[in-house]
Design a protein around this ligand. Structure first.
Ligand code: AMP
Ligand code: ZN
Ligand code: FE
Ligand code: FE
Length: 277
């Protein structure tokens, strides 16, 4: 039986609500899923509530974005208690930073004579973690670009004139924050980030897993990262990075999965003992 450990919901930039994710996971017969929104755990409790009594296990997760030199490195944190106060405060800081950054991006667009409303962007974000995909959607609505891809390519992608990075936490800081909250830190989609050189340093800082299976990992990459996981004693995880319809290639729940053994291994390493069954 398969598990999908990388899923986004409307709480960040996914298209489906936590409840819809649970319905879809049941429909395709997944055994367990992890909700892993960007800088937020607000989707975890609603998904767990929706899955109660169904046989589907929902693990708490989060995806934290960090920076190493000019690269974006994403860290997945599993089995953190969404009610952990210290961690929740940290996530709130990161969300406030996202809000301030969205306002800065909108100012930069205005300087290019391209006008969108912050209020509309927040409405699209639906009260969760606001991100560039929400800004891209507002730009499509305003007729500035034909589609979201074009918004990233022309304006808000990392090389675009209206790009603003988020507050720079380092990958080591993200690993430490996840560990301090009793979670299990896993390096997300290394083949997408192109960051294998930092794995030794992250492992020394407490990294426990590697997302070997991912929608955008080709078979050769999988082989390469399986070997690295073995060499550094990292748990092999995987997930689709599902964002829902209209989000490029990550639009199929369960497209990348691993066996339930990965869940058992994550549980065996979690400092927080609340979600073990
Ligand atoms: P943010 O967290 O605000 O920096 O936005 C990052 C998200 O934007 C990613 O998780 C993707 O979903 C999306 N994204 C990043 N680059 C692109 C791109 N070139 N085209 C479309 N979506 C993108
Ligand atoms: Zn996303
Ligand atoms: Fe990611
Ligand atoms: Fe993701």
């Amino acid at each position: 039986m398969a598990v999908d450990l990388h899923i986004h919901t409307t709480v960040s930039d996914g298209a489906d609500t936590p409840e819809e994710i649970v319905q879809k996971a049941l429909a395709i017969g997944l055994e367990a899923i992890a909700i892993s929104d960007h800088d937020s755990m607000s989707g975890v409790c609603p998904a767990r509530a929706a899955a109660r009594g169904t046989g589907l296990e929902v693990l708490p997760g989060v995806e934290m974005n960090s920076y190493y030199e000019s690269k974006e490195i994403h860290l997945l944190g599993y089995l953190i208690d969404p009610l952990n106060e210290q961690f929740a405060v940290k996530l709130q800081q990161l969300q406030l930073d996202r809000l301030q950054r969205a306002a800065k991006i909108i100012d930069k667009l205005a300087a290019l004579d391209l006008r969108i409303d912050l209020e509309r962007v927040l409405e699209i974000a639906g009260g969760g973690s606001v991100g560039r995909p929400h800004i891209a959607e507002a730009m499509v609505e305003a007729g500035i670009v034909p589609n979201r891809e074009a918004a990233f390519q022309k304006y808000i992608g990392s090389l675009g004139p209206a790009y603003v990075p988020r507050t720079r936490i380092t990958p080591v800081e993200a690993v430490s924050l996840i560990k301090a909250a009793g979670g299990v830190p896993v390096l997300a989609h290394p083949g997408v980030s192109g960051c294998s050189e930092i794995i030794p340093e992250l492992q020394a800082a407490g990294l426990m897993g590697l997302e070997v299976y991912h929608t955008n990992h080709k078979p050769l990459m999988v082989d390469y990262y399986l070997k690295i996981a073995r060499d550094y004693h990292l748990i092999v995880t995987g997930g689709s990075d599902y964002h829902g319809a209209g989000h490029g290639s990550c639009n199929q729940l369960g497209r990348a999965t691993v066996s339930y053994q990965a869940v058992e291994q994550l549980k065996s390493r979690a400092g927080n003992r609340k979600f073990l069954n």
